[in-house]
Design a protein around this ligand. Structure first.
Ligand code: PRX
Length: 642
C-alpha cells in the first residue's frame, strides 16, 4: 500500500504525454479503430470477442461465444475445439514465420541460444513424445520447477501440446512449497534443471527437488526430468531421475497435437491470497488463448519485425502470457534472459536490448527503481535506439519512476504502457495503448471489452477521483476458470465480496478522463518486488517454527522492492534456553522462513513482542502494527476490523 505521501504525489500528477504522429500512423489499432472497438465491445461484447477469436485457427468453431448460465463459472467458446500450441507453434511451420526467430535466450555468462519457430517446433515435439512415452496424457499435471532457460519454454509447450496441464512453481520457492504444490496437483512428472546462474553464482535446483520429493504423497512425481544446464555434479536417483537430453535423443521431431475442448485446462499457476495456503489459478486453452493473443497484438502493437524483451520469469503469469504464449501466438521474437538484471553491472538489461535490437521492453517497477538507483550513465552507454515501446507491470509505477523510464530507457521517444492485470485475469485489463495520451503514474483506461469500475464496499460506484475497490463487471476471455479444487474459495474470494462483480483485491481511483490510478492491495496481500505474498502465508510459515507462539506480518515501504515484510513475533518463553539473544532467534527465524517459503520473501525485520494487538473477536490488528511502524495515526474501527 502506498504511504499518504505517495498518494498525494499521485493526486497532483498532471503531466500528459501525447503519442508521436509516426506511432499513431503505424499502430495496429489506430484512433478510429480503437473508437470502433470501444463502441462494439460496449454494444455487443460477445461480438467483439468473437472477432478476436476469429484471428486464430480452431479445429472446430464454438456453438456460442459465452455461456454464462452457470455464472460465476463462465465458459468461453463452448463447443470450440483446438489447442493453444497449434496457434503458438504448429501453424507457424507452414507459413513465412517458419524460419523466423521465435526465441533468443541469453545466459548470465553471456552464452546465447537461438531457436527459429521450426527449431522450437521440433524440440517441443520431441519433448511431447517423451512425455507421452512417460505415460503423461490429456488432463495429467506436469510440474515445472525451472529456471529461465529455453527448455522451460519447451516444457510448457510440450505439456500443453499433449493436452496435459503445466503447473509452474517459480524456482525461488522452497522445497516445502514445491512439495505441497506437487501434492496438490498430483503431478505425474516433474521437470527441473540441475541448476542455473544468477548474480555470478551457480544455484543448485536439484538438491531442492530431492528434498521436496522426500515427503511427496503416493506416486506423485514418479519421474523427474532434469535439464542439464550447469553441468554440476548432482545426485541422479534411478529409476526416478532422467536427463532431458538423453530422453529427447531418441524421440521423433513430429508429434500429434491433442485436440482440446476450449474449456479444458492449459495450466495451473499457484498464487498467494489472504488465506494461509496458496491457491492454484486455472486457465484454459480457448479463452486464455484469445485473451493473450488479442491483447498482445493490440496493446503491444506487435509487428513482424518486433523483438520483445520480457524480463519476467516464465514461472509467473507475466512470463506465461507475455513472455511465452502471447509472443508465440503472434509470431513474434521474444528474448529470455537467465540471470540477475544487474550482473555483472547495471547496464546488463540495456546491453541485451542493444545486442539483439529489442523493440519492446516489458519490465517491472522494481527493475526501473533498481536501474534508477545506479543512474542514467548505465543505459547511456548503450544504443537503445531500436526501442519503440516500454511496458511495466506488477506494482504501482510512480510518476517519478515513470519519468525516469521514459527519459533514460525510452529516450523520451517510446510510450510507457503501464499494464494492470493479475494471475487471475490472464491478460492485461487496464492499460494505455501506444496511441493513447499518457499520464505518468496511471495505468490508463480499461481496454475495450473490459468493464472495470471503482466501487464502495456495497458495490456502488464512487465519484471520479475518489478511492474505492477495483471491480470487473463483465467476464473476459482470458479469465481464470476457477481455483483448482476450491470451488468455495473461488466464489468467496472473488465473486461474493461485491454483488455482481469480480473483486480484484486492489484499491484504485478513476479520474474524470476515465484513467485508473492503482493505489495498492485492499487485502492482506503484500507485493514484494512485484511478487504476491499473503501475510497469512508468511505468518503460517513463521508459526511452524518451534519457538513461535504467534506471528503477525505487515508490509512496509521499500525504496527498491516497493514493499517488504516485517514480522512481529510472540515467542515461546523456552527460546531463551536455545538462543543467546533475540538477534540470534531473529536470524534463525529468517533462515526458517527461507526454508519454509524460499528466498522470495524479503524480510525487513523481526520484532519480539509480549502480545499482539487483536480485535475484540481475536483477529490480529495488522493495521495497528503498520500504523505504529510507520508512525501514522490509527483509530480502531470495530466495524472495519472485525
Ligand atoms: O495489486 C495489483 C498488482 O499486482 C497484483 C496482481 O499480482 P499477480 O497476480 O502476481 O500478477 C502480476 C502481473 C500481472 C494486482 O492485484 N499490479 C499488477 N499490475 C499492476 C499492479 N499494481 C499497480 N500497477 C500495475 N500496473
Amino acid at each position: 500500500m502506498p504511504t499518504p505521501a505517495t498518494l498525494d504525489a499521485l493526486l497532483v500528477e498532471e503531466r500528459v504525454f501525447r503519442p508521436a504522429p509516426a506511432t499513431v500512423i503505424e499502430a495496429n489499432v489506430k484512433p478510429a479503430e480503437l473508437a470502433e472497438a470501444y463502441r462494439l465491445a460496449e454494444a455487443d461484447p460477445c461480438a467483439y470477442w468473437e472477432q478476436a477469436a476469429l484471428e486464430l485457427e480452431w479445429h472446430r468453431k464454438w456453438d456460442a461465444v459465452l455461456d454464462d448460465s452457470r455464472a460465476p463459472h463462465y465458459r468461453w467458446f463452448p463447443g470450440a475445439r483446438g489447442n493453444i500450441v497449434h496457434n503458438a507453434l504448429d501453424r507457424h511451420v507452414h507459413i513465412w514465420t517458419k524460419n523466423k526467430l521465435a526465441l533468443i535466450w541469453e545466459g548470465e555468462a553471456g552464452d546465447c541460444r537461438k531457436f527459429t519457430y521450426f527449431e522450437l517446433y521440433r524440440e517441443v515435439n520431441r519433448f511431447a513424445c517423451a512425455l507421452r512415452a512417460l505415460g503423461v496424457s490429456r488432463g495429467d499435471r506436469v510440474c515445472l520447477y525451472m529456471p529461465p532457460v529455453p527448455e522451460t519454454v519447451v516444457a510448457m509447450l510440450a505439456t500443453a501440446k499433449i493436452g496435459a496441464v503445466h503447473v509452474f512453481v517459480f524456482a525461488g520457492y522452497s522445497a516445502k512449497f514445491l512439495r505441497e504444490r506437487i501434492n496438490d496437483a498430483e503431478a505425474k512428472v516433474l521437470v527441473t534443471a540441475d541448476g542455473f546462474y544468477r548474480g555470478g553464482r551457480c544455484i543448485n535446483l536439484k538438491t531442492v527437488v530431492d528434498e521436496a520429493l522426500e515427503g511427496v504423497r503416493g506416486d506423485a512425481a514418479e519421474t523427474v526430468v532434469v535439464v542439464r544446464r550447469t553441468g554440476d555434479d548432482i545426485d541422479m536417483r534411478e529409476p526416478r531421475d532422467l536427463y532431458y537430453h538423453d530422453l529427447l535423443r531418441q524421440e521423433s521431431p513430429e508429434a500429434a497435437t491433442e485436440i482440446m475442448e476450449a474449456g479444458e485446462p492449459l495450466f495451473w499457476l499457484p498464487t498467494s491470497g489472504t488465506t494461509g495456503r496458496p491457491k492454484s489459478v486455472v486457465h484454459d486453452h480457448g479463452g486464455y488463448m484469445v485473451g493473450a493473443h488479442h491483447t498482445f497484438r493490440t496493446v503491444f502493437d506487435i509487428k513482424p519485425t518486433d523483438i520483445h524483451f520480457c524480463t519476467a520469469d516464465p514461472g509467473w503469469i507475466t512470463g506465461h502470457t507475455y513472455g511465452v504464449y502471447g509472443p508465440l501466438l503472434t509470431g513474434a521474437t521474444v528474448i529470455l534472459y537467465e540471470g540477475h538484471p544487474l550482473y555483472p553491472q547495471a547496464d546488463r538489461l540495456p546491453a541485451i536490448i542493444e545486442r539483439y535490437g529489442a523493440t519492446i521492453f516489458y519490465a517491472t517497477p522494481t527493475l526501473v527503481r533498481m536501474l534508477m538507483r545506479y543512474g542514467p550513465q548505465y543505459p547511456k552507454k548503450r544504443d537503445l535506439s531500436t526501442l519503440r515501446l516500454l511496458g511495466s507491470v506488477g506494482e504501482p509505477l510512480s510518476p517519478e519512476a515513470w519519468m525516469w523510464f521514459y527519459k533514460h530507457i525510452g529516450r523520451s521517444n517510446c510510450p510507457v504502457l503501464d499494464t494492470w492485470w493479475q494471475t487471475e485475469t490472464g491478460m492485461a485489463m487496464l492499460s494505455p495503448m501506444p496511441i493513447s495520451v499518457l499520464k505518468p503514474g496511471s495505468v490508463g483506461k480499461a481496454l475495450p471489452g473490459v468493464a472495470a469500475d471503482v466501487v464502495d464496499a456495497a458495490g456502488a460506484p464512487v465519484p471520479p477521483g475518489q478511492g474505492g475497490f477495483l471491480v470487473l463487471r463483465k467476464p473476459w476471455p482470458g479469465m481464470f476458470s476457477g481455483l483448482a479444487g476450491d470451488e468455495e474459495g473461488y466464489r468467496e474470494a472473488y465473486w461474493e465480496k461485491i454483488p455482481g462483480a469480480y473483486f480484484a483485491g486492489d484499491v484504485a481511483r478513476r479520474d474524470e478522463d476515465g484513467y485508473y490510478w492503482i493505489q495498492g492491495r485492499a487485502d492482506d496481500v503484500l507485493n514484494i518486488a512485484g511478487h504476491r505474498l499473503g501475510t497469512a502465508e508468511i505468518e503460517a510459515a513463521l508459526c511452524a517454527h518451534r519457538f513461535v507462539a504467534e506471528a503477525a506480518v505487515i508490509g512496509v515501504p521499500d525504496k527498491i522492492k516497493g514493499e517488504v515484510a516485517k514480522a512481529f513475533v510472540v515467542a515461546d518463553p523456552a527460546w531463551t534456553g536455545a538462543f543467546p539473544d533475540a538477534d540470534a532467534l531473529a536470524a534463525d527465524l529468517r533462515g526458517h522462513l527461507r526454508r519454509e517459503l524460499g528466498p522470495i520473501v524479503i524480510l525487513r525485520g523481526v520484532e519480539l513482542r509480549e502480545t499482539l494487538p487483536r480485535t475484540r473477536s481475536g483477529k490480529i490488528l495488522r493495521r495497528a502494527l503498520r500504523a505504529e511502524e510507520l508512525g501514522e495515526p490509527y483509530e480502531y474501527r470495530s466495524d472495519a476490523e472485525e
